[in-house]
Design a protein around this ligand. Structure first.
Ligand code: ADP
Ligand code: GN1
Ligand code: MG
Length: 355
């Protein structure tokens, strides 16, 4: 019996599973929840120890997920299926909180967009997901992490961590710190637009990286958008931008060799074709104009979040080795600076697609 099995079998058995549990092992590459693959004599499940440090109100979080998944299921759209506990609850609430989903079989998640068609398909799926959410009553949603993509707020958090420099790490990353500090005047455009109404507030996914969508293992078509923890009001720029941040790169988010890390305009174009094709009836002219900026913003925001966590002692994102967050920050800075240099070209691509 594996170590994981011993530790988590009792937890798994508190859910309405079909069959007897035969194996439990860690699964996937998420940075927030502890994800476990549970195999029984009948089928497979995903069990997650929910990160209650990041999501402090698990009841509201699960109510959001149940609400959104019911909305999608009623429309015949494949989505996560929440498996209840034996006492009929949507999750197990104890010292730790756990939830279980059916494992969506015959799908894969990609850690990078090695296939341009797959990336285009993911753009179409996230665009369609945006459309489905537009029909969802936003008043039924709780904001699970306040000011999640409020970049000026993220910048203030970064400056606080830098001022504290709790572990004396700032001296190891002066170049990265200076990059983040020197771009302060670029951080406010999306939040300003939401505040003055020039950008519409929508219900968005907010964490649209490529490994948060399951693709059909045989056809490469998108099957289901997952990781629904951060669905809340936001801007279309966040969803488009975060996908570009992660997927339109020639390397992994944590590639150490920066010479391999580039923003790939062809991947940008492929994603934009998929996404814009799906949202063409609802996207406003201002949103379309700011999609290149949104890509840059989500990238530099993520870079500053990784750097903040590095300075604060790696307490937010799961890390596999010391310095992992700094490595991630460096790839984001590299990508953001390459995007900055290509705003015009990106803008032309979007305009052509929507023409
Ligand atoms: P995190 O919030 O930590 O990113 P996710 O909910 O994204 O956690 O899950 C982590 C990974 O687990 C996903 O990237 C995906 O590979 C896999 N996964 C999650 N849910 C399912 C599911 N229902 N079926 C198949 N794979 C899943
Ligand atoms: C986290 O949960 P996951 O691994 O899909 C993070 C995102 C970051 C991303 C960087 C709730 O996403 O905001 O962009 O890591 N999620 C949360 O890879 O903070
Ligand atoms: Mg995830």
């Amino acid at each position: 019996m594996s170590e994981y099995m011993k530790e988590y079998k009792n937890v798994a058995e508190q859910f309405c599973l079909q069959g007897e549990v035969t194996e439990i092992c860690p699964y996937g590459e998420g940075h927030i929840n502890l994800t476990l693959l549970v195999t029984t004599t009948e089928k497979r499940y995903i069990m997650q120890k929910m990160n209650t440090r990041v999501f402090s109100d698990p009841d509201s979080l699960m109510a959001n997920i149940v609400g959104v998944t019911k909305h999608l299921t009623a429309r015949g759209i494949e989505t996560l299926n929440v498996v209840p506990t034996k006492s009929g609850a949507d999750f197990l609430k104890d010292a730790d909180c756990y939830r279980v989903y059916d494992f969506i079989e015959n799908t894969v998640t990609y850690q990078s967009a090695s296939d341009i068609e797959v990336f285009k398909n993911s753009g179409k799926a996230f665009g369609e997901f945006q459309n489905y959410l537009a029909e969802f009553d936003a008043s039924k949603l709780t904001e699970t992490i306040k000011r999640f993509h409020d970049t000026p707020k993220r910048f203030a958090d970064f400056k606080a961590a830098l001022a504290e420099d709790k572990l004396g790490r700032a001296k190891e990353c002066q170049e990265e710190i200076n990059f983040i500090l020197s771009h302060e005047n670029t951080y406010g455009i999306a939040m300003d637009g939401l505040k003055d109404g020039s950008l519409p507030l929508r219900v968005t996914h907010n964490d649209t990286k490529l490994n948060n969508i399951l693709m059909d293992a045989e056809t490469g078509a998108a099957r289901a958008v997952i990781d629904l923890d951060t669905i809340m009001p936001g801007s279309m720029l966040f969803d488009f931008g975060d996908s570009i941040r992660f997927g339109a790169s020639t390397a992994a988010e944590d590639e150490k060799d920066l010479s391999k890390v580039h923003f790939d305009i062809n991947l940008f174009k492929a994603y934009a074709e998929g996404y814009c094709g799906a949202v063409k009836d609802s996207i406003t002219a201002r949103e379309a104009e700011l999609l290149p900026y949104g890509s840059y913003l989500m990238t530099i925001e993520c870079g500053m979040r990784f750097l903040t966590d590095y300075l604060a002692g790696d307490t937010y994102f799961a890390t596999k080795y010391p310095g992992h967050n700094l490595v991630r920050c460096r790839t984001q800075i590299r990508l953001a600076s390459e995007m900055e240099a290509q705003f015009e070209e990106m803008g032309k691509i979007i305009a052509d697609i929507l023409a």
